[in-house]
Design a protein. Sequence first.
Length: 585
Amino acid sequence: MRRVWADGRELDLTTLVVRVHRGDETQPPDPLIVAKEGADNAPAYRGLAYVVFERLPLESFGNRVPQFSFEVARPVDGLAAMIRAVCLIPGASEFGHETSPVMQAFGFGVTRPENRHQLTAAADVVASLDALQALCPNLRRVSLVVSWFGDDLRAGHCTVAPRVESAVKVTQGAEWSAAGLTRASARIVSQAGGAAAYGGTPSDASVVRLIRHLKDRGLEVVLYPFVMMDVAGDNAMPDPWTGAPGQPAYPWRGRITCDPAPGRVGTVDASAAAATQIEAFFGTAAAGDFAVASGAVSYSGPAEWSFRRHILHYAHLVQAAGGVDGFIIGSELVGLTRVRSAAGIYPAVAQLCTLAADLRAVLGPATKIAYAADWTEYGAHVRDGGAEVRFPLDPLWSHAAIDAVGIDFYPPIADWRDGADHADLAEARSPHDLDYLRARVAGGEAFDWYYASEADRQAQTRTPIADGAYAKPWVFRAKDLVGWWSSPHIERVGGLETATTAWSPRAKPIWLTEIGVPAVDKGANGPNVFPDPKSSESAIPPFSGGSRDDLIQSAPSKRSCPVSTPCWRAIRPAQTRSRLFTARR
C-alpha cells in the first residue's frame, strides 16, 4: 500500500498509526481488535486484505469515517523478480540521502521541504526504498552513489571536491557538511538555465545514516564514489583534445586526460610530463591523513582536492558507518588509464593499484573492492592499426587488493532502423525481439563487425572483426567478455606477440557494475547515450526518434535475462551471463 486518500485528500501517513494486513492464510488478528474484542472473539480475516487506522482524527471529516481510496502495488512476474541490485541515484543532492526530513527555511514560518515530496514516509529516499523493496522482492544489494565534482578536463589542473547548490541556504533538521567543509566554505555548483547545474554533494552525515538504514533493511551496500564534471558552458579553459579555448559543457569524466591529449600534435602522451600531470590529478593524500571520530571524518594531509582524497575520504566515512560490503574505487577514467608515460607504461593504472592497496588497509578483508571500467576501457588498448596491443588495466585486475573486474557495460546491442530495408530485418521483425537482443549481447557490432566510419554506419557497411595474425579476435571485440576473461593476455609490439601480462584467465569474477538500455525509441542501438540539454554529451541512440519506449526495457522480462534486464550476475567458471541496469549481483 503506497498512498491513501480520505474524501479525495491524500493522507500524510507519517502522522497516523496504520497497519496493513495483506490477507494471507496465517495472518494473526490485529492487536487493536484483540484489545477491543478479546483474543477469543477477534477475527483474523484470513484471506482478506484490510487496513486498520488506530485513533484516526475525524474532526476534519465532519466527525464521520471518510471514504477511503488506496493505491496498491505489487511485483509482477519477470523483470521485477530478476532485479538483485540497483544503483541508488542521484548521487548529487545535498540531502537526497537523508533519512529524516530536512526543510529549507526562508523566514518566520516559511519553509520548503528539501527531501520530502510525498506523504508516505519521512523522507523521499525512505519512500523510494519502500517502493523498491515492495516491487523487487529479490533485491539484495544497493550501490550507493556519492558525487564530488571535477572542474577541468586537463588532468594536471583538475581538482575533485564537494560542492553545494547555494552558499546561503538555511536548513532545519540537518546542516550540510562534507569532507570538513561547511556550506560557507564549499564551492558552489555552476548555473545552467538559471538553476544549479547539479544537486550538491550529499552531506557526509546523510551518507552515514543511509548506509546504516540500508543495512537495517537487510540489504548489502556497495559505496560508489563518483566524479561529475562541473564545467560550465561559458568556460575559457583550453580543451586538451582540440586545443580550442573553452572545454565542452558538462562533459563525461572519461574525457579527463593529459594536455595535449593523445593523438594531438605535441601531445605529452608517452612522456614523463604525462606522468606528472596524472600525479597531480591523483594527489598525495595518504590513508594516515584521515581520522574517524564521532561518526565523522577529519583530514590533516596536504592542502589538495584530489582524486585520492575523494576516494580515501569515503573509505573512512564507511568505517564511521560501520562498514560496507563493497567499494568502487573509481569509474570510467578511460581518458587517464590510456595515457602513457613511456611505451607500454600507464601511470594512472599504477596510481589505481596503489590506491587499491591503501583501501584494503582501511576497509579490511571483508569488503569487496573493484574498479568500474568503461566497456571500451577494460580490455585491449589497440594502437597503430593493431600493430601494438596492450592491456593497460591488467596490473589492476591482477592486484591482490582487487576482488573483481568491474565493467560499466553499455555497448550497442541492436542496429535497428526505420523502414523496410535495413540489415537487421534479416534477424528480427522488431527491435523488441528477445532472441534478437539475446544474440546481440555477444554478437553483432563490437563483436562480429564494426563500422569503420560514420558513412559506413549510415550505409550499414560492416567490416568483420578478425585477427589474421594470431586468430584471437576477442582481443578486438569489446563485447567478448568471455574471450577476454578466459584467455591469457599477450601484448604485441610491431605486430609481434611479446610478453604475457599478469592476468590469469578466469582469476576473478566480472561485475557488470552498470548495465542497461534507455526507455527510448531504438534504445538498444545506443545504451551509453542520454539526453541532457546542458551537457555536450547529450544524445539519443543512433537512428532514434527520441520518443519514449518502455517495452525495450520490460519486454525481455518475459523470459530469462538478456542485456536489457537488470539482473546482475558475476561471470564465474561454468557461468557466463549478463546482468544489471542500475543493478549489481
